[in-house]
Design a protein around this ligand. Structure first.
Ligand SMILES: O=C(O)CCC(=O)C(=O)O
Length: 291
């Protein structure tokens, strides 16, 4: 009896052990595959954040900052942007300024507006260019604004572009009423057309101060090399950027080698409904001295 019992126990034990081993092996293999193939980007956001923070890779954390130089900053910050186009290089900055800041800029300039002027090419006159730019506007510098609003905006533009504030012209605040527009033009001055230049406009930052119900888009007719047959500089075509209060648009008028980017041709489509306010900052390749 004793021997019989022992034998039957051994037989079952061996099978059971083998089966158990096989199950453990397969189970271990299966779970290790799942565990090691899962990268942190597959994990739920909360878990991913915890892992990144533990690894020191939390990109929203101030702790991720590097030791900085004398002119640098101690914290890591973000200014969200969207690349609208590489040809020309155009970036969009949602919520660059607050509605309160935009309204303050309108309030401080609205009594100063005069018909907008044009930089004339050789041979052009106010009469020959009449109707090209029909907005009204005024120039205002950050130093003239005691509230500090323009100072903050200007600082932020300089951080977004990494071009020192001293290279910026004063803000050109523009108002477009219904039907008003700015035909396509370049912000950079081609010396062949405008004569020798002391410095060049290399980039433009537009801060939209209002929403516009209809029309008033900033347009780039030659975006991506697009050339509309018979295009007459007055048509509203190409890449169109719809103004939204507080959003910013930055585009570069020259290439890194200093030549003018022909695709930076741009203008403002006529306002159809509502009113468009925008503050433009032209940025130069040299320190800009207002004379
Ligand atoms: O108003 C716009 O959207 C464009 C303004 C502009 O072209 C300029 O200020 O140079």
């Amino acid at each position: 009896m004793k021997i019989k019992t022992k034998r039957s126990k051994n037989k079952l034990g061996l099978r059971g052990t083998l089966l158990l081993c096989a199950l453990f092996f397969l189970g271990g293999f299966y779970f290790s595959r799942i565990f090691f193939s899962q990268t942190t980007s597959d994990l739920r956001p909360r878990l991913r954040r915890d892992i990144e923070a533990a690894e020191g890779g939390d990109h929203t954390s101030r702790n991720n900052a590097q030791p900085h130089g004398a002119t640098g900053e101690s914290s890591v910050e973000s200014i969200p942007f969207q690349i609208l186009s590489w040809k020309p290089r155009a970036l969009y900055f949602p919520k660059f300024a607050t509605p309160e800041q935009c309204n303050a800029i309108i309030a401080m300039t609205k009594t100063q507006l005069k018909p907008s002027l044009l930089a004339l090419r050789e041979g052009e006159s106010a009469e020959s260019t009449q109707g090209t730019r029909t907005s009204s506007g005024t120039f205002v510098s950050a130093a003239e604004d005691d509230s500090g609003t323009l100072d903050l905006i200007e600082q932020k533009i300089s951080r977004a572009t990494m071009i020192p504030r001293s290279h910026g012209e004063a803000f050109n605040v523009l108002r477009y009423e219904i039907g008003q527009k700015y035909d396509s033009h370049y912000d950079a001055f081609n010396p062949a057309e405008y004569g020798p230049q002391q410095s060049q406009r290399i980039a433009s930052f537009l801060l939209y101060l209002t929403n516009v119900e209809e029309g008033g888009e900033t347009m780039f007719p030659y975006e991506d090399g697009l050339k509309v047959p018979g295009y007459d500089y007055k048509q509203c075509v190409g890449l169109k950027v719809k103004p939204r209060q507080g959003d910013g648009l930055l585009f570069y008028s020259v290439f890194p080698n200093g030549t003018i980017d022909k695709m930076s041709l741009h203008g403002s489509c006529p306002v159809i409904k509502g009113e468009k306010w925008v503050a433009t900052k032209w940025i130069r390749d040299h320190i800009f001295y207002d004379d």
